[in-house]
Ligand binder design. Structure first.
Ligand SMILES: [Zn+2]
Length: 392
């Protein structure tokens, strides 16, 4: 029972909240637009920070890669040095070996012909021979030790070469890893650059929108909180008609699994499949209140929404805004008065125009005050997958 009461309270709260917000947002004021501008500015700041952070990441990786490449060059020249040392040592060993051989053969002679030499050299000879023998022996030993030492040095050098080439292998693995990360970062960077451009375009558009309204509000002596429809001369219209002469409905208004972003999100309009460069008309008489021009609408992956135009209407005394997205080109200017036969721009939306679409189409949305509503509630469209061939 307690649970039931709790659930009912939560539902009532939700209903109250929804009703309350929609009631308060049926009309837009200059203050609302300023709030939106502040949000756009914050979004731009976030996008800038993200872009800068990624730029730093990329710079760090690039300098790491350079450091490792330099290290490899160092290892390689050490290996060459070590190889030279080995060759030199081998040469020295061969020479020493020759010396030893010579000494040993001399010793042999001395040992064998001891007696004979004793005679030849008379008085001094015996001690002399002993002395000579020991010298020869010592020299031989000394040379043996020297050769052993050289062999050890060769071993050490070869080990060093092995260690260095292992280090090169390890460095190359690190380079591969860093290069893969760099590639990933560069791709993310492309997206962040686009996001930044979009955020900037959105911010600039909002700034211009606010400036234009501020001027009109001042001219008409309105308060910031006065709604636009009560302050500004927005043309009267009877209702909306289709923004295209023909097209096929490809996606509905509402929560949907996004085809390219791959998550559920609100689709704030209806998608109408139409060839690129088809004329898009205003859905009713009104005034162009906002234009978002992306930096490069013809570049792949430029923005989600592409070029956008917002037109404000007065229908049945209520404020509406029609929204046209993914435009290939824009034919109107800010504050232009339009009728239902005015050209807003040409359609785009193909894969090459922005990353949120899978084919050329017009995204058409309607806002009542500050809230997006289903365009089907105001315009008759055929079922999804079906084509219409007139504006009515
Ligand atoms: Zn859409």
């Amino acid at each position: 029972m307690k649970k039931c009461i709790k659930v009912i309270i939560v539902i009532l709260c939700c209903i109250f909240f929804v009703c309350n917000t929609s009631a308060s947002s049926n009309k837009t004021s200059l203050k609302d637009l300023k709030d939106k501008l502040a949000k756009d500015e914050a979004a731009l700041k976030t996008a800038t920070n993200k872009k800068n952070a990624m730029q730093n990441n990329i710079k760090n990786i690039e300098s790491d890669l350079k450091k490792i490449a330099d290290e490899i060059t160092g290892y390689e020249s050490s290996i060459e040095e070590s190889k030279l040392k080995v060759t030199e040592l081998e040469k020295e060993i061969a020479e020493k070996q020759k010396e030893i051989d010579k000494l040993l053969s001399f010793k042999q002679v001395v040992d064998e012909e001891n007696m004979y030499l004793e005679y030849v050299f008379e008085s001094k000879t015996f001690t002399d021979f002993i002395y000579r023998s020991s010298i020869v022996e010592q020299l031989g030993k000394y040379n043996d030790e020297l050769i052993d030492e050289m062999y050890n040095l060769i071993d050490e050098n070869k080990q060093e070469q092995k260690n260095l080439s292992n280090k090169i292998d390890e460095s190359e693995v690190t380079i591969d890893k860093l290069s893969a990360t760099l590639k990933k970062y560069n791709l993310t960077m492309d997206d962040l650059v686009d996001d930044h451009k979009d955020a900037k375009a959105e911010y600039e558009a909002s700034k211009k929108e606010v400036a234009a309204y501020e001027k009109l509000y001042k001219q008409n002596g309105c308060k910031e909180t006065t709604s636009i429809i009560d302050c500004i001369d927005i043309p009267y219209a009877k209702g909306f008609i289709r923004p295209l002469k023909s097209g096929t409905i490809t996606s509905e208004y509402g929560l949907r699994y996004h085809p390219t972003l791959h998550y559920y999100r609100m689709h704030n309009g209806i998608d109408i499949g139409v060839p690129t460069n088809t004329t898009v008309y205003a859905a009713a008489a009104g005034i162009v209140t906002k234009i978002v021009k992306v930096a490069n609408p013809n570049k792949k992956n430029s923005s989600c929404g592409g070029n956008k135009v917002y037109v404000k209407h007065r229908i049945d005394g209520k404020e509406y805004t029609s929204v046209y997205m993914h435009l290939h080109s824009i034919s109107v200017k800010l504050n232009d008065y339009v009728t239902a036969s005015s050209e807003i721009g040409k359609s785009g939306g193909g894969e090459s125009y922005d990353y949120c679409t899978t084919g050329p189409h017009l995204h058409f949305g309607i806002m009542k005050g500050n809230d997006y509503v289903n365009p089907r509630n105001y315009i008759s469209f055929p079922k999804k997958g079906y084509k219409f061939t007139s504006r009515y």
